[in-house]
Design a protein around this ligand. Sequence first.
Ligand code: G6P
Length: 610
Amino acid sequence: MCGIVGYIGNNRAVPYLLEGLEKLEYRGYDSAGIATVENGRLRILKTKGRVSRLEALIASERQSPARIGIGHTRWATHGKPSDCNAHPHESQNGLFCVVHNGVIENYHALKQTLQAQGVTFRSETDTEVIAHLLEQNYDGDFVSTVRKTTAMLEGAYALCILCRDFPDRIVCTRWGSPLVLGKSEEGCFIASDVSALLRHTNDIFYLDGNETVLVTAQGMTFFDKTGAPVQKQSRHLNLDVSAAQKDGYDHFMLKEIMEQPKAVGDTIRSRITKNGEIAFEDFHLTDDEARALQRITVVACGSAYHAGAVGKYVMEKLARLPVEIDIASEFRYRDPVLDAHTLVILISQSGETADTLAALRLANEQGAKTLCIVNVVSSSIANEGGSVIYTHAGPEIAVATTKAYAAQVSVFYLLAGYLAQKRGLLTGDAFRSYVRDLLALPDLIGKTLNDCRAQMEALSQMFIPLEHAYFIGRNLDYACAMEASLKLKEISYIHSEAYAAGELKHGTISLIEKGTLVVALCACSAVFPKTLSNIKEVKARGARVLAVATDAENAALSEVDYKVILPNVNALFSVSLEVLPMQLLGYYTAKNRGCDIDKPRNLAKSVTVE
Ligand code: G6P
């Protein structure tokens, strides 16, 4: 969603701001803007549309001598995408300007009060109230003015602020939305996401909730929530700048699809000890604690929810615990029944998804054990969870997740094995064989990608003219069908639906007619004969069927129109192979339809509003 950048240093600011905004484009946005301080004046330039449009608009500004500036990409919530709703927003008399990520929930009341006092609003945004409040609260001290102002705000915010009276400093603060900082010989950098800092430094300062930081060309001074100065340590990230580059691929999505053997390998291998046990850095249960667990509730949004659906099947099968799964936006408002014997697992690539974060807070409040599966280090969800297991997928840039999903699914294989062993249900040779299969998975993923990439590019041709597609499967295949369908629809804009194969005949089969394309996922050997019957039912009504199955079922699939054959694999891990041709199908279909693959319309990588 929205992105923030800031720079102050010895060099010209505008090129850094534009470069930072380009790095944040992947988050999804609809307008962009920057502000600098020049000759004692705040200078704001902003526009609806892409950063490239902003760049064209301010071509001459690249030579601007300003050494300080802030920038923003906006994803519209309050007010349509437009030039005037774009950030930065300025105070009435131009003393302050601000860029903001998050939502101010009490903005309406604040706006009414300000309007009653004669303040004129120039935009429809919630953010503009912050600019005006800063001016009203101004006491000659930049940091204290910011603190007075944020004390009046309810909701979530990451703020980066300029003040005309202090042309040599930026003040930032946050609550509920992330903000990171870094320093190099060129100066100090601020961003809402580390990917915009990696070109300059790998040593990242994470601003905690309610902390404030005063940034100058020389360095940063941090203040805790009481306003007292606080020493902060940076965290060194072992990330290569190439992680945020396309490395010769046409799109980040394809690059990230091809990175899955590494993402899954890094996630799994670091959790298998020399003795062949499964162990996590921050999540430990004694055998008694594992046996005392009565229930697991998995909560997430989007593809992370689909990864949780895989987790449900695998954990129930191995650990014999009831697992319920819910969408975070539903869970948080349904008054869930939780207790100390419930393990609530929250899954999030970004670690900032508003509904998932709220669900975590609710579970914490109700005394459940919470475990978060997160990709972005030190994100809000990682920080607030009782325990965290990081997926080691590396930065994911494409809006449509692939490698982070694959890594989340792998964590569930680890967790299922871990819980099953602790509960005495998977021991001895059976456990060792499970771990061996797990360690073999990254190579099988690599082989599957190599084997099916060209075939999926060819098969995508028949999807290009489609208006509708259906994905069916049972058990683990159904979990995969949900993700496969989402991958196709979110980037190619073809309407697609996933159905539990056995449910199709309770309504949806009436939509099947001659030529309808049905993708049948049937890698799950335990239910293969059942799915085969469903394939026959849709074929009998004229559907064309593309089946995805392992080599073991190849011979039985003589009647389907097209098939993708996967290597044989431990049946519990089949989704990790089956999803690969589906990601490639979505990718090549979208590419051939001329869609903006890495930045699909209306979507955001990190959904920080509910
Ligand atoms: C957005 C992204 C999805 C992602 C979902 C949850 O919709 O486009 O790819 O699965 O948010 O995000 P999270 O960061 O919590 O995994």
